[in-house]
Design a binder for this molecule. Structure first.
Ligand SMILES: C[S@@+](CC[C@H](N)C(=O)[O-])C[C@H]1O[C@@H](n2cnc3c(N)ncnc32)[C@H](O)[C@@H]1O
Length: 254
């Protein structure tokens, strides 16, 4: 089923204004994104979003760039992700891949909990991966020797087949259009173990349509993600006890 990429401008604007997490700040970001979305970044979403992250890190802090400028909120959301995953199957002897690890808001806790070299974090932003290294030092978890990889696409080509027990992506697909999500599903299907799982969060679209707002936020109807998961060889379970503005799905290889 082909997925429509863009609603008409006025409809998208109306949705943006109506949605509680959106608002007039979007007008400023719209202008900023017009400036950033030039050349290759006009069509390549990852190139575009890398510029968004560079601009956010430069004009805010790394904590602000991942959405929690307040240090307490940064700690709280990381702790919430960590606690949920430990209560839902993450074991200390697991190998874990975090897609869009950011500045390790949750990642430093996973690193602390897991064994040496058991955590791999990938991100598209060099600036945020520098900030991630600062978090490693601040939290004193260097001896765990995590792998932090800068990626340009979702193939995870540098990572081995069937290697990870757990794959985690929090607040990444909420910023990703469908072609990026599909590429990530294909990439994860290759690197996750047959008995592993992949937890992802997404913005649930209230009206059943898929749409993006100023190329930064994407909204998905749940049936569309379930269909994509099945087409990439996963079963999908909505994690209804996860509490956050974004919904969470757990995918398992079929
Ligand atoms: C909102 S932040 C969340 C970071 C982290 N998951 C957390 O919860 O703290 C989104 C992160 O995903 C990264 N990102 C966005 N699209 C990505 C993609 N397609 N692949 C990998 N990282 C991506 C961004 O650079 C950013 O660091």
């Amino acid at each position: 089923m082909p997925h429509k990429q863009r609603a008409p401008f006025l409809r998208r604007l109306a949705k943006a204004i109506r949605h509680p997490s959106l608002g007039w700040g979007y007008l400023r970001r719209t202008l900023r994104n017009r400036r950033l979305g030039t050349n290759a970044a006009r069509t390549d979403h990852i190139a575009f979003y890398r510029r968004v992250m560079a601009d956010d890190v430069a004009h805010k802090t790394a904590r602000g760039a991942v959405g929690t400028p307040d240090p307490e909120a940064w700690l709280e959301l990381g702790e919430r992700q960590f606690r949920y995953l430990v209560e839902h199957g993450l074991e200390p002897d697991h190998r874990m891949l975090e897609i869009g690890c950011g500045n390790l808001r949750a990642g430093w806790r996973f690193i602390e909990y897991l064994g040496v070299a058991a955590y791999t974090g990938v991100d598209i932003s060099p600036e945020i991966l520098i900030a991630a290294q600062e978090t490693l030092a601040e939290r004193g978890v260097q001896a765990k020797r995590p792998y932090l990889l800068l990626v340009d696409d979702m193939s995870f080509a540098a990572l081995p087949d069937a290697h990870f027990d757990v794959v985690h992506a929090h607040s990444v697909f909420s910023h990703s259009p469908v072609e990026v999500v599909e590429a990530a599903l294909a990439g994860v299907r290759r690197v996750v173990k047959a008995d592993g799982f992949f937890d992802l969060t997404y913005n649930e679209s209230g009206d059943g349509s898929y749409f993006g707002v100023i190329r930064e936020d994407y909204f998905y109807p749940k049936p569309m993600l379930l269909d994509l998961a099945a087409r990439h060889g996963f079963s999908a379970e909505p994690m209804t006890d996860w509490v956050h503005p974004q919904a969470k799905l757990r995918l398992r290889p079929l």
